[in-house]
Write a protein that binds this ligand. Structure first.
Ligand SMILES: C[S@@+](CC[C@H](N)C(=O)[O-])C[C@H]1O[C@@H](n2cnc3c(N)ncnc32)[C@H](O)[C@@H]1O
Length: 240
């Protein structure tokens, strides 16, 4: 019940932000800029700033979007209390647990205005109902990332990280099943192909001698046989 109330408060705030007020929305790790450009085109009364360490964004963009190339681990290049909403998505492969705690969360809280909201969404790479090959690839992916200081299960700690920030309140976490394979219809086909592409990149990086095509076909067959799935997490909290 409390979760539903927090969602309604958050939802009404975002609706107000995008429909009625000229306010600034700040997106960390904007990547290719698809999400931010679509939001900016649909909700033109807000101003959007995307930040990414790489210059992946398009040159043609809506008038209310600005992209900045910057390493967020060097801090966010803005004054305190500047933004109404801060959003970060899919940083799981890039930020270590200690950087989340000591830099990213602190900086997000610093640049948010009092009353503004922070939202983090990411995948859980635990992978559920795996077949034998999927279990093997998962262990290898986790080991490889652990060796470079990245904990791929960090999403499960984000709630505690948010709760540990003294200026965040109304912390809420939602989870959605992300089914892999055609057994789950169109969404499963799309999600399965996304995970397959990610595994392909991983295999080319970590196991270049493996027959990648054959491995990926076996992986697809396992998705169907075991009804495999992932979970996506969405967390949001309000700055006091
Ligand atoms: C998996 S992509 C996600 C992109 C986008 N958020 C999305 O959901 O499509 C991760 C992004 O984080 C960016 N990134 C990684 N480390 C970063 C850092 N230290 N500072 C800023 N951006 C970073 C990468 O360049 C990449 O565009």
């Amino acid at each position: 019940m409390l979760g539903k109330k927090k969602f309604i408060i958050f939802f009404l705030y975002i609706i107000n932000l995008v429909f009625y007020n000229l306010r600034i929305v700040y997106i960390i790790s904007s990547g290719t800029g698809t999400w931010i450009c679509e939001m900016a085109a649909d909700y033109q009364k807000s101003e959007y700033i995307g930040i990414d360490i790489l210059k992946l964004h398009p040159n043609i963009k809506p008038f209310n979007v600005q992209f900045i190339q910057h390493d967020i681990l060097k801090g966010l290049p803005f004054e305190d209390n500047s933004f109404d909403y801060v959003h970060a998505q899919m940083l799981i492969f890039d930020i270590t647990a200690s950087d989340w705690e000591n830099i990213v969360y602190k900086e997000c809280c610093r640049v948010l205005k009092p009353g503004g909201w922070l939202e983090i969404t990411d995948l859980d790479t635990a992978w559920y109902n795996p077949g034998p090959l999927m279990s093997q690839i998962r262990a290898s992916v986790h080991d490889k990332f652990r060796s470079i200081g990245i904990n791929l299960l960090i999403i499960k700690h984000h709630r505690d990280l948010m709760l540990s920030m003294p200026t965040l309140t109304l912390v809420q976490q939602e989870e959605r099943v992300y089914p892999l394979g055609s057994w789950a219809g169109k969404i499963g086909i799309l999600a399965g192909s996304y995970i397959k592409d990610s595994c392909k990149n991983f295999l080319l990086w970590a196991h270049p001698k493996k027959n990648t095509e054959k491995t990926l076909n076996e992986l697809s067959a396992e998705f169907e046989m075991y009804k495999s799935y992932c979970i996506t997490f969405r967390l949001y909290a309000k700055k006091t």
